[in-house]
Design a protein around this ligand. Sequence first.
Ligand code: GRF
Length: 220
Amino acid sequence: MNPAPQPPRTLAVLVSGTGSNLQAILDASQSGLLPLKPVAVLSDRAQAPALDRARRHGIPAFSLELEAFPNRSTWESSLNEQLDRCHPDLIAMAGFMRILQAETVNRFAGRLLNIHPSLLPRHPGLHPHRRALEQGDLEHGATVHLVVPEVDAGFRLAQIRVPIRSSDTEDFLIERTKQAEHRLYPAVLAELAHGRLVIAPDAVFWKGRRLESPLEFPFS
Ligand code: GRF
């Protein structure tokens, strides 16, 4: 049984920096591979190059700098208002470097996604590539997951794997993983937009079956 209501049609993206994942999403949307309309890009840094990428694609781009607000709560209320105003069916965090308060996460539960550059549950949090090298991992990768109040702990929707080579430096591994992220994130969003991947209140379904473990890219 597929409990799907309507597949998502619109997307907001939260960014803080370079925005290469955002770029991959915008390119997929523009080429028609990803049938989701980006309706807003929000950054907590006014100087984030990701904002220029959005503007080049004609997508409304906003910055909300924490320092411009009297406290964390008013900043987060403003973020929520901006998001509510554009009614996104999905919100994708793509290199967004703030941890959202539980109230915000719960408000957008089931439509708030993040990409993390590791094979979660391995290496949540900071410097995942460095830790993978230090711990002698043979492979690394990236995970797209639902966001819950605990960092990088939400339900894992999909993963992509990359090899670790004996000659790898942290920078090499970061770059290889990023290339993989650029394939994974648009692909997961496309599964959602096509209604094959469905986030229900208490379970996730793929092609009508309950998903017990993350999809492995490429999906088949
Ligand atoms: C990516 O590695 C993402 O997984 C992590 O932050 C990085 C953002 O890179 N959360 P970019 O801004 O998308 O280039």
